[in-house]
Design a binder for this molecule. Structure first.
Ligand SMILES: [Zn+2]
Ligand SMILES: [Zn+2]
Length: 213
């Protein structure tokens, strides 16, 4: 199982572009990859995909965490060249895509063998619970429903190993005790505090980050 950050506010890698937004790719064996969110714009998303050797036409599933532009901005460009991917929107999304395979998610749902949605929480956002050999890895967009609520929802799929994605203004740091991996990305306000409080668990996020789990 591999998670690659494709789009983020930051990067350490020369040749990759940054933008205010988030997107990550989940790959498992030879199965068509799953794209989680699409960043704020297609140009940056495609540039980074090309640099990272990702072919957007191979993506089999697209999951949108929530309907904010910094997560949906690249979607129309991806759909233009990929006609077959299934799309999972949180139920409150107003966009309709006739003639596409669209699943509106309200309740928790299995998406692939190892990937589950928490369901739409607090009427705004879904997150992913990914079953890995190390435990459940939680992939989040902006964490608008609150990191605590997301971790609780994801924990029904097993012991949570780690969290990666945008944590927004999350500051209830005790809630992360017991996790083995904390990778704050995108809109996370308290990145330096998380690095200081969890030096062993902390992983620096950025476009190009690849996590083998
Ligand atoms: Zn965001
Ligand atoms: Zn947002």
């Amino acid at each position: 199982m591999k998670i690659t950050v494709v789009y983020d506010n930051c990067t350490d890698e020369i040749g990759l572009r940054t933008g205010w937004g988030f997107s990550a790719l989940i790959e498992s064996g030879d199965a068509p990859p799953l794209l989680f969110d699409t960043g704020a714009d297609g140009a940056t998303l495609f540039h980074n995909m090309k640099q990272l050797g990702i072919d957007p036409r191979r993506i089999g599933t697209i999951v949108i965490s929530h309907a904010h532009g910094d997560h949906t901005g690249g979607l129309s460009d991806v759909l233009e060249i990929n006609k077959d991917a299934e799309i999972y929107f949180p139920a409150s999304t107003v966009t309709r895509l006739p003639e596409r395979k669209v699943i509106m998610v309200s309740q928790p749902i299995q998406i692939s063998e190892a990937v589950f949605s928490t369901g739409e929480l607090k009427g705004i956002e879904q997150s992913l619970a990914i079953k890995t050999t190390k435990g459940v890895v939680v992939l989040v967009g902006c964490s608008h429903p609150g990191v605590g609520a997301i971790l609780e929802a994801a924990s029904c799929y097993g012991k949570v190993y780690g969290i990666i994605g945008g944590l927004h203004g999350f500051s209830d740091f005790n809630r992360l005790e017991g996790l083995s991996m904390i990778c704050p990305c995108h809109c996370t306000q308290y990145k330096s505090e998380l690095r200081r409080l969890f030096p062993k668990q902390h992983v620096t996020c950025g476009a190009g980050l690849e996590l083998e789990l």
